[in-house]
Design a protein around this ligand. Structure first.
Ligand code: GLN
Length: 537
């Protein structure tokens, strides 16, 4: 069967949760036996979000093949348990880049290169690419931004063209809108939805299904009204009520029969009822915890929790696995110093030092690590968090005064973290770090080995700096062991402290691989260690 295409657009406002709706629908279709993938088209001009400050756009999610992508791809993977790739995230910048590169190569044979048809052709080519691989029955394409924005227009135009070219039953357009509640009037309002659907229709795209975000249940008469004004069937006005957790949304969408509407519209074979038992079991564990731990998350982007999306979700998965509620306490590393650190972190059952870039907040991270190392509080360091653990150990245990990462201090006498040799020649910023999956060999008998239960692992990376092996013998002699090494390059990937209940730090990003079905062992065991720590207090 040729792949069918579902397009998810949004209107009224951003942040309605298109990514979660797309992932939830994908989950339901997958649970019915279809093979599904989701891709995201973003209207901004950056080639990818790799160069964006997390404050701008939240976390940058890295795929197995090393693409720096939108954080929604993280949701897709966490819901579907299927990896995404470079092909699953396309920006306006990428589209133009491809078209302009071809123009310079003379591919347009003297023609005037225009938005229509050349840009839209390239968008359509990318929209169909995954479907043509033959791997998928259904490709869901989420269009970032809002209908009506100038920058979204070429994407909507491409959808309009594709609907005609592929045929009526080959595509389905789902439009996500807001039905706000006006407290003063005591009413839910449908006008913004009507206007948004009108904008979309003006662009030549009539949606098949409306998903209406709302804080209150949408009564039948209102659904009727929306259907009437927006040219959709009443049963295709789907309510999306605020959920207790994003992982409830697939079940809420099932209740609203979103999957059935899609199957009917696309004339898909009715395979089976969705098999959601494991999903429900996960929710059961998530919602009925028998213990609670407080985890301190030390980072510099804490004002915007989206900057650490995958870490937060990994704790949700690991919490459920342990039937333990994980309360994350956020600590702005800039505000931590040697005087207040004990007061701030004393009550924590575990502390995680987050990934990051640059000088800001570096000292506070070192203070936090010194404190948990000395106090015996479980510690997990990720990427920059691991590099900080190495610097802290060098300074305070090995007595190497002024030890640093050359990222923070290029003239340090003790560069315990240094730029990788092959990074030194690189001047371009985007897509040039050590990115994507690399294998790592764990030492038998180490904590890391017991956590994973095997020696060969593969994890995803995003960094330019590395542990400097010149210092490795000194570290190991003093009790900080390199328990994970890249077998091809000898780069240190995991360090752990021997005389500490649980102190593990990884150069890679375990959070990028945790899913509902496969909670990541490092997070699961870290939460477990935090539970043990509370018990022992
Ligand atoms: N800034 C560090 C590096 O480039 C760590 C990066 C990260 O935490 N993702 O190596």
């Amino acid at each position: 069967m040729a792949a069918k295409y579902i397009f998810v657009t949004g209107g009224v406002t951003s942040s309605l949760g298109k990514g979660i709706i797309s992932a939830s629908l994908a989950k339901l279709l997958q649970a019915r036996g279809f093979s599904v993938t989701i891709q995201k088209f973003d209207p901004y001009i950056n080639i990818d979000p790799g160069t964006l400050n997390p404050y701008e756009h939240g976390e940058c999610f890295v795929t197995e093949d090393g693409a720096e992508t939108d954080l929604d791809l993280g949701h897709y993977e966490r819901f579907l348990n299927v990896p995404t790739s470079q092909a699953n995230n396309v920006t306006t910048g990428r589209i133009y880049y491809n078209v302009i590169t071809q123009e310079r190569e003379g591919a347009y044979l003297g023609k005037t290169v225009q938005v229509i048809p050349h840009i839209t052709d390239e968008i359509k080519r990318r929209m169909l690419l995954l479907g043509e691989s033959g791997e998928y029955d259904i490709v869901i394409t989420e269009i970032g931004g809002c209908v009506g924005d100038i920058e979204s227009l070429p994407f909507i135009e491409a959808v309009r063209q594709l609907r005609w070219e592929l045929g009526v039953n080959e595509t389905c357009v789902i439009h996500l809108t807001l039905v706000p509640y006006l407290k003063a009037a005591g009413e839910l309002k449908t006008k913004p939805t009507q206007h948004s659907v009108r904008d979309l229709s003006e662009a030549g795209v009539q949606p098949d299904i409306l998903v209406c975000r709302s804080e209150h249940h949408i009564p039948t008469d209102l659904r009727k009204k929306i259907a009437l004004f927006c040219n959709v069937k009443q049963n295709s006005v789907i309510e999306s009520i605020d959920a207790e957790t994003i992982y409830d949304v697939p079940l809420l969408m099932r209740k609203e029969k979103l999957d059935e509407r899609v199957i009917a519209k696309l004339k898909l074979p009715h395979k089976s009822e969705p098999e959601l038992e494991t999903w429900k079991e996960f929710l059961g564990r998530l919602k009925n915890p028998t213990a609670e731990v407080k985890i301190g998350l030390v980072g510099k982007y804490v004002e915007l929790p989206d900057a650490y999306k995958s870490i937060v979700e990994s704790f949700v998965h690991a919490g459920a696995a342990n039937e333990c509620k994980v309360s994350i306490k956020w600590f702005q590393s800039e505000n931590i110093n040697d005087e207040n650190v004990a007061g701030l972190l004393q009550g924590m059952d575990g502390v995680l030092v987050a990934p990051g870039f640059g000088e800001r907040g570096f000292k506070g991270k070192l203070e936090a690590i010194r404190f948990v190392r000395e106090a015996g509080i479980p510690f997990l360091g990720i990427c920059l968090g691991m590099q900080c653990a190495a610097v802290e150990f060098a300074r305070n245990v090995l007595g190497l005064e002024g030890a640093a990462s050359t990222e923070m201090d290029p003239n340090t006498p003790y560069p315990v973290i240094d730029m990788m040799e092959d990074q030194k020649q690189i001047t371009q910023k985007g897509g040039t770090m050590r990115l994507g999956a690399y294998t790592c060999e764990l030492k038998k008998g180490s904590k890391a080995f017991s956590i994973y239960g095997k020696s060969k692992i593969s994890e995803r990376h995003r960094h330019r700096y590395e542990f400097n092996n010149k210092f490795l013998a000194d570290f190991e002699n003093a009790g900080m062991v390199a328990s994970g090494i890249n077998p091809d390059t000898g780069l240190v990937e995991v360090i752990e402290l021997q005389n500490h209940p649980w102190f593990v730090a990884a150069q890679y990003h375990p959070e990028l691989k945790s899913t509902v079905l496969n909670p990541h062992p490092l997070f699961v065991k870290f939460v477990k260690a935090a539970m043990n720590y509370t018990k022992s207090k």
